[in-house]
Write a protein that binds this ligand. Structure first.
Ligand code: SF4
Ligand code: SF4
Length: 356
């Protein structure tokens, strides 16, 4: 059966029933529909109104992210009427916060900034400070919430509730007091938040930030290195943001299996152990029970472990020892570890640390 078709910018394209206008346009290589609240793989809300398009015979402009495509539609993604609408949305967003790009951490990656530039919209004259201070919260040296930059797109809420399924935040209050809240509107630190940082990764502006990355470098001063998370055995894909040889932040790789951009608190924020002066870089051994630890060579340490294993097995049998291997080891190393314990030592006491 042939697929239904519609027309976008004079081009006839096929689509799958159920696709939105935005999905049909992007599948056809048309990227002239800007978005802010749209977050792939989550519920469309159509709340920011940036993606408005003209559909012939429709009474009003329609949000492309939340309008299901229909056969025979004739759609225009750019026109003077659409431009005027998008400019007005940008003016209102710029007027309702403290969008000072000069000192903002998101300068260079902010989607609002990019659209203001694209549509040449300056902060409008009617911008005025609110009659209450903007909310600012720093949490555990991990996440900053600066609601003076929040544009209420709701992406953080969908990232938390639909991508990570943590249900830690929602949209609270009404009208001018509208704001992103945790349950009972308490701080992230005191709430159900598990500090996965997904909301930070998906925020399109500088309202949610990694505290450890602040002041460490502008986005264009960093390069990204793709790697695998060093913690558990899931193997999440990371991007290390590196400036002058130093990791300044970590994000998940969008669309890549197994995590599809998502990370847990360890993968996202637990990278700075590599710079700890307390990190062990050589084996340590104790010459006598209760004595001080001293640095040793790998040969000395391995000889000591082998001797102690032999002594314990000789005295108490093979089931008196157990092996716990590292979950980040490659398959071949893990295979050898279980072979050593099962075939050489003769015990099934073998496991790896991702089970703990
Ligand atoms: S850090 Fe994770 S759990 Fe906490 S609010 Fe953000 S997405 Fe939700
Ligand atoms: S904090 Fe960021 S993601 Fe959340 S509503 Fe505000 S601008 Fe959108």
């Amino acid at each position: 059966m042939s697929k239904p078709t519609l027309t976008i910018n004079g081009m006839t394209v096929e689509f799958q029933p159920g696709q939105t206008i935005l999905e049909v346009a992007r599948a056809a290589g048309i990227y002239t529909i800007p978005t802010l609240c749209h977050l792939k793989d989550t519920t469309a809300t159509g709340s920011c109104r940036m993606c408005m398009v003209e559909v012939e015979r429709a009474r009003t402009l329609l949000p492309a992210c939340a309008t299901v495509a229909a056969a025979g539609m004739v759609i225009h993604t750019e026109s003077p009427r659409i431009d005027a609408s998008r400019r007005m949305v940008l003016e209102l967003l710029l007027a309702s916060g403290n969008h000072n790009c000069l000192v903002c951490e998101a300068n260079g990656v902010c989607e609002l900034q990019a659209l203001a530039y694209r549509y040449q919209v300056a902060t409008p004259d009617f911008a005025y400070p609110p009659d209450h201070p903007y909310y600012l919260e720093d949490n555990k040296n991990l996440i900053r919430r600066d609601l003076s930059k929040c544009i209420m797109c709701g992406r953080c809420v969908r990232a938390c509730n639909e991508k990570q399924v943590n249900q830690a935040i929602s949209i609270g209050y009404r009208g001018a007091h509208n704001k992103i809240v945790t349950r009972a509107d308490i701080t992230y630190s005191d709430s159900d938040c598990v500090f996965c940082g997904q909301c930070v990764q998906d925020c399109p502006v500088g309202a949610l930030l990694e505290l450890k990355a602040m002041g460490q470098g502008r986005p264009w001063e960093t390069h990204k290195v793709r790697t695998t998370c060093p913690y558990c055995g899931v193997g999440c894909q990371l991007l290390l943001h590196v400036r002058a040889g130093k990791i300044i932040k970590v994000t998940g790789v969008e669309g890549a299996a197994p995590n599809k951009g998502r990370l847990c608190v360890k993968g996202r924020f637990g990278y700075d152990f590599i710079y700890s002066p307390e990190r062990l870089t050589t084996p340590l051994v104790r010459d006598k029970k209760g004595g001080e630890l001293r640095e040793a060579s790998w040969d000395e340490a391995l000889d000591l472990v082998a001797a102690k294993l032999k002594e314990t097995i000789a005295k108490h049998g093979p089931d008196s020892v157990a092996g716990v291997s590292c979950a980040r080891s490659i398959n071949e190393d893990s295979y050898q570890m279980q072979k050593l314990f099962r075939a050489v030592i003769g015990t099934n006491n073998i496991d790896h640390c991702a089970r703990t």
